[in-house]
Design a protein around this ligand. Structure first.
Ligand code: GAR
Length: 214
């Protein structure tokens, strides 16, 4: 077994962010090993992407559990037995139970397709549609630590994309997605490298930008 940090990825669908993470582990920009992929839905492309990369997968459907808490306990058990130290939510269409957040405190990263705190609280393409409806001129994506407050944990990083007058939800979502594929692996790598310091549980700074005495 390699001694790279082991990450677990939670998915529900297309898996393009998972593919970006896999590519980054393969080209060395993300020095980590994806040890387990858990999907909340069966037969989704993300599972095939993981299997093709030789990554173990498990399907955990909400209906397989009596409660969200039980579902959370199963996720913790599977991730621990795969010796996972960091979780990444990559298009995971579930709110994780507080027991998972507690077990992996400050070790769960989510990507959201808007510039949080704008357009929080829904799954793609909801945030992109909301950005178009609001008439904003810029949108983008955000990586953040997952806390008990949905989409409101400390922001790790953001990428901005323009919103064009003739955008549809699809064209805007595609432009944001291309930014996501850069932002997510870079954010995971920065966290694993210890570069992201959480201040008061509310915001983050890069360690290189922390000056003694400031
Ligand atoms: C991505 O746009 C991601 O930001 C979004 O789901 C999509 C998953 O695409 N996540 C959310 O909306 C979380 N609230 P993918 O399966 O191709 O990575």
């Amino acid at each position: 077994m390699s001694d790279l940090p082991r990450i677990g990825v939670l998915v529900s669908g297309r898996g393009s962010n998972l593919a970006a993470l896999i590519a980054a582990t393969e080209n060395g920009t993300l020095p980590a090993q994806i040890a387990l992929v858990i999907s909340s839905k069966p037969n989704v492309p993300a599972l095939e992407i993981a299997a093709n990369a030789g990554i173990p997968t498990q399907v955990m459907r909400p209906r397989d559990f009596a409660s969200r808490h039980e579902e959370g306990e199963a996720i913790i058990a599977a991730m621990r037995s795969a010796q996972v130290e960091l979780l990444v939510l990559a298009g995971y269409a579930r709110l994780v139970d507080p027991c998972v957040i507690e077990a992996y405190r400050w070790k769960i990263i989510n990507i959201h397709p808007s510039l949080l705190p704008a357009f929080a609280g829904s799954m793609a393409p909801g945030p992109q549609a909301a950005a178009l409806a609001a008439g904003v001129k810029f949108s983008g994506c955000t990586t953040h630590f997952v806390t008990e407050d949905t989409d409101a944990g400390p922001i790790i990083d953001q990428a901005v994309v323009p919103v064009h007058d003739d955008d549809t939800v699809e064209t805007l979502a595609d432009r944001i997605l291309r930014a996501e594929h850069q932002l997510l692996p870079a954010s995971v790598a920065a966290v694993l490298a210890g570069e992201v310091q959480i201040i008061d549980g509310r915001r983050t700074v890069r360690r290189s930008s922390v000056h003694a005495g400031d």
